[in-house]
Design a protein around this ligand. Structure first.
Ligand code: MN
Length: 599
């Protein structure tokens, strides 16, 4: 399992004027110009306030203006690694939060979030100028930032613990922290490679799952994708290129489905918004890894969302869809009647659409849609004067209630490592964490089997696995592992290759390719054995001496790289034993072959 890193260096760190930039292999003027042309200009005070006003007409403009000006002055001449004025960062963070339609205090705190840490500003000053609510938020973020600097692995538990405690005090801390991380990930390119990698790992392991756990899917997907691009650039390129090609090819089909669906629903009096949505590179990659399958179908790259007015409309729309197109069995899920733990609600189904393609559909109301996209942030659309949002959230949001419960565990004083383990288990919904008898942690996808486990430990263990014990009890190798299982694999040297049937019961791509490799290798060995017997028999009958060394010298004449290759070729019938004899003894007589072949 990849380690969880908490030693993310401060990405916001002010770069001294003489520090070398990262890109300047090319003279600076040529670098700056195209970059400036591509980059949108820094957001202005007015733009930001306009964005807030669009969803909150009663916004306290004076407050936001004050925060904007204060932060701009405080950061002064500081610059980002990109060379941009430092202040562009808090503005962008605030802008991300306007997409989530957050309240004035959150926007103001976002503008101020780096001031206590990086400038002369103090909590007392922020309190007196902006009120204690905002002061607390900024201080909460400052504490988290200090933890990003911690390098010791032993401190990671402490880091996560502090993060969760800060969130418990006010969930808006999490929202600002996630927006902060998102902007830093978007501008990661200017950081040194080491820092980039650590930031990406931490994002993939902590921040993205946390966003997901809080139901913030948009945020989660973008964080995942940015980290994926950083950590696996080639895979990212390949998947993205394929995704683009398939999208291009399906363009007409997609708009056709949107139109047909909208019309069918309208004909029956349902006012629906149908939107095709392209899947993200990372989610496709995950699926390919999990199932070791490629992507070809429309349903692999596109999902359609049907957003309707009322709950009743959802089921009526479902009826219309199912009576128009045949549904694909086993793909129907009703997350409206049983919502997911992160408050997600929707009906999922897959049908065979108009052009015989599989079409994936999610049916939901506008309200469910907001929660599906923005999760806890959608709940957080609270008015400024409602008072403590925590109360309301605890009642309204299962995700938040989960967070509160987790944090209560902390208060019970369990040790930080134990707590970290527990929280990680809970964070990673789609993974199971198992242990070796010596306590080493092995992370696997859900539904993984002991065979996956064995291959994750070592390829040799996987190839020779013949049985296992789960939590001390003998269990079949086909068992589905669950969180916390301790798995002990028994191996046998007598097994040279895994039974081919195991191929179909493993979940990990790693195990699959190892089984394929081992199977190929073992088949090859069998052929080589057969070939050797054929060659030896011919030599015996012809009464000539066979020696490996002699054959080695003849390899170039046979155009093979090794003795095993020759033997396997003979075993498979691609080469005759007499060819081998002739290569070793050029005067070897043909009739002996005839006699051998006849006998
Ligand atoms: Mn920041």
């Amino acid at each position: 399992m990849a380690r969880m890193r908490s030693d993310l260096p401060r990405m916001q760190k002010q770069v001294p004027a003489r520090a070398p930039r990262l890109a300047p292999i090319v003279p600076e003027s040529t670098v700056e110009k195209p970059a400036a042309a591509r980059k949108p200009p820094m957001m202005r005070q007015y733009d930001l306030i306009e964005r807030v006003r669009r969803y909150n007409p009663n916004t306290n403009e004076a407050l936001l203006n004050r925060a904007y000006v204060y932060a701009m002055k405080a950061h002064g001449e500081q610059r980002r690694a990109s060379g941009d004025p430092y202040f562009s960062h808090p503005i962008e963070v605030a802008a991300i939060l306007t997409d989530l339609k957050l309240d004035d205090a959150t926007i103001a705190a976002a503008l101020l979030h780096d001031t206590i840490e990086d400038t002369e500003a103090t909590r007392a000053e922020i309190d007196s100028l902006f009120g204690r609510d905002i002061g607390r938020l900024v201080e909460g973020l400052t504490k988290l930032k200090k933890l990003d600097l911690v390098t010791k692995e032993a401190k990671q538990a402490e880091n996560l613990r502090k993060l969760l405690l800060a969130i418990a005090a006010d969930v808006r801390v999490l929202l600002i922290k996630l927006a902060d991380r998102l902007h830093n990930m978007r501008t990661l390119g200017y950081m040194p490679p080491d820092a980039r990698r650590r930031a990406a790992e931490e994002t993939l392991e902590i921040y993205a799952p946390l966003a997901g756990r809080m139901g913030m899917h948009e945020m989660r997907e973008e964080l995942d994708d940015l980290a994926f691009r950083e950590l696996y650039p080639e895979a990212y390129e390949v998947v993205t290129a394929r995704l683009n090609a398939l999208t291009e090819r399906s363009r007409l089909l997609i708009s056709d489905i949107e139109k047909q669906l909208t019309k069918k629903l309208a004909d029956r009096g349902i006012d629906a918004r149908v939107v095709g949505r392209r899947k993200r590179a990372y989610s496709i990659w995950r699926k390919m890894e999990r199932k070791s399958v490629g992507f070809e179908q429309l349903s692999d790259i596109f999902g359609f969302r049907v957003v309707v007015k009322t709950l009743a409309d959802c089921y009526q729309a479902l009826g219309i869809v199912h009576s128009t197109w045949p549904m694909v069995p086993g793909r129907f899920k009703d997350y409206i009647s049983t919502p997911k733990g992160n408050d997600y609600r929707s009906i999922h189904t897959t049908v065979i659409g108009p052009s015989k393609q599989r079409v994936e559909l999610q049916i939901r109301t506008v309200g469910m849609h907001e929660i599906a996209e923005y999760g806890i942030a959608a709940h957080a659309l609270y008015k400024d004067n409602v008072g403590s949002p925590t109360e309301l959230l605890s009642r309204e949001s299962t995700a938040y209630a989960w967070l509160r419960r987790t944090i209560e565990l902390l208060a019970e004083g369990s040790n930080p490592e134990e707590f970290l383990e527990h929280t990680k288990l809970e964070l990673f919904h789609d993974q199971v964490f198992c242990f070796t008898p010596k306590g080493k942690l092995i992370a696997l996808p859900r539904k993984a089997t002991p065979i996956d486990f064995a291959y994750a430990v070592h390829t040799d263990v996987g190839n020779t696995a013949v049985g296992c014990k789960i939590n001390g009890k003998i269990a079949p190798l086909t068992s589905e592992l669950v969180n916390g299982d301790e798995v002990e694999i028994s191996t046998s040297k007598a097994q040279t290759a895994p039974p081919a049937a195991q191929y179909s019961i493993v979940m990990t791509g790693n195990a699959r390719s190892a089984i394929r490799r081992a199977t190929r290798q073992s088949v090859r060995l069998q052929y080589a054995g057969l070939g050797r017997r054929l060659v030896e028999r011919l030599f015996e009958r012809a009464k000539i001496e066979y020696a490996d060394d002699k054959l080695k010298g003849a390899l170039p004449r046979l155009a093979r790289a090794s003795i095993d290759d020759v033997m396997a070729a003979v075993g498979r019938g691609e080469m005759k034993a007499s060819d081998v004899a002739r290569a070793m003894y050029p005067d070897y007589k043909e009739e002996r072959v005839a006699r051998y072949a006849a006998g």
